[in-house]
Ligand binder design. Structure first.
Ligand code: NAP
Ligand code: ZN
Length: 350
């Protein structure tokens, strides 16, 4: 047993503060990781504040974890002490159901175990996330980080990266396809980078005029102001695929007419309440689809990291100390993120 230092939310309204708890000893199939960096996802804010009405406290958020393997179980042959490794949004699953066997651990029929805000398989140990100095995770849920990537800027790949990579690949973003990314935040800016790397024509839909230049720098070919009906109208019927990363409720009816026949808008954002109703006419005319996507499986997450290593793709980050987490949450709530906060975990010792 090791005592981990961390920052935790004690309830939905209190500021996060220092906290310590026990991490299990390293079992034969486990890897212990000294956490160097942890990205700050909007899901951390949603869950710390109980937006989704399922929060368990005390809660140590954080599921974009990068660090060094510091102890390796006797049964782990392909990771050694000192390796640069990572943990994303899930730490366990049943491994026997058809979803797990097909590499979709995130859809495990027995219930996947998220990295925090959940109980581990024993049903009583609270899973605690990456705003901490150490974590112990089964080898099967540990990822390897390509050595050429900056470890801090690679951390957001573990959630923002895979959550955009997976649907863009699944729905065929690539040469000859026009792809829209709605919301230029942590997920959105990774979506732009991947859609561009896959060879698609990329447009960003934003509510923030100040992000226009950044959108182009990040790889977008064009920027559309989603609250300007005239700007939206010039793109009617032109998109093959739209990936919606927005963290707040908004009107999907504004985007459906912009899809081509058989086009799809896929939701990855999880607001604290539902979007306004969708008008059936907006789907019927043009045989359009609304879909959803949840992170990605472990093998696909490793594939995404390897793709990033090959193409030198990382997140644009703003490094913070753990003591600044509340200020970062406030800015995130105002869409003022450029484009992912990452916590330097050395600051826990301060
Ligand atoms: P983020 O960095 O805060 O970015 C969200 C962006 O949405 C903002 O930067 C803003 O972009 C836009 N936005 C915010 N409020 C808006 C509003 N009222 N109307 C229109 N646009 C608005 O958040 P994130 O970390 O990327 O996460 C985004 C969402 O995805 C969250 O709900 C999160 O919980 C969810 N998520 C889902 C998965 C999954 O597996 N499905 C995984 C991770 C996260 P502009 O300034 O450009 O308008
Ligand atoms: Zn996340």
């Amino acid at each position: 047993m090791t005592i981990a230092k961390a920052y935790a939310a004690q309830n939905a309204t209190a500021a996060l503060g220092p906290f310590s708890f026990e991490r299990r000893d390293v079992g034969a199939d486990d890897v212990q990781i000294d956490i160097m960096f942890c990205g700050v996802c909007h899901s951390d804010l949603h869950q710390a504040r109980n937006d989704w009405k399922n929060s368990i406290y005390p809660m140590v958020p954080g599921h974009e974890i990068v660090g060094r393997a510091s102890k390796v179980g006797s049964g782990v042959k392909d990771i050694k002490e000192g390796d640069l490794v990572a943990v994303g949004c899930l730490i366990d699953s049943c491994s026997t159901c058809s979803e797990c066997k097909d590499g979709f651990e995130q859809f495990c029929q027995g219930g996947m175990i998220p990295t925090y805000n959940s109980y581990e398989k024993d049903g009583k140990t609270l899973a605690q996330g990456g705003y901490s100095d150490i974590i112990v995770v089964k080898r099967g849920f540990v990822l390897k980080v390509p050595g050429n990537l900056d470890p801090a800027a690679a951390a957001p790949l573990l959630c923002a990266g895979i959550t955009t990579y997976s649907p863009l690949k699944h729905w065929g973003a690539g040469p000859g396809k026009k792809v829209g990314i709605v919301g230029l935040g942590g997920l959105g800016h990774m979506g732009v980078k991947f859609a561009r790397a896959f060879g698609a024509q990329v447009a960003v839909f934003t509510t923030s005029p100040s992000k226009k230049d950044d959108a182009i720098r990040l790889g977008a070919h064009e920027v559309i102001m989603s609250k300007d009906p005239d700007d939206m109208k010039t793109h009617l019927g032109s998109f093959d695929f739209i990936l919606d990363t927005v963290s707040a409720p908004h009107d999907l009816n504004a985007f459906l007419p912009l899809l081509k026949r058989d086009g799809t808008i896929t939701l990855v954002g999880v607001p604290d309440s539902d979007h306004p109703p969708v008008a059936p006419f907006n789907l019927i005319f043009g045989r359009k689809s609304i879909a959803g996507s949840l992170i990605g499986g472990i093998a696909e997450t490793q594939e995404m990291l390897d793709f990033c290593g090959k193409h030198n793709i990382v997140s644009d980050i703003e490094m913070i100390n753990i003591q600044d987490i509340e200020a970062a949450y406030k800015r995130m709530a105002k869409s003022d993120v450029k484009y992912r906060f990452v916590i330097d975990m050395k600051s826990l010792a301060a």
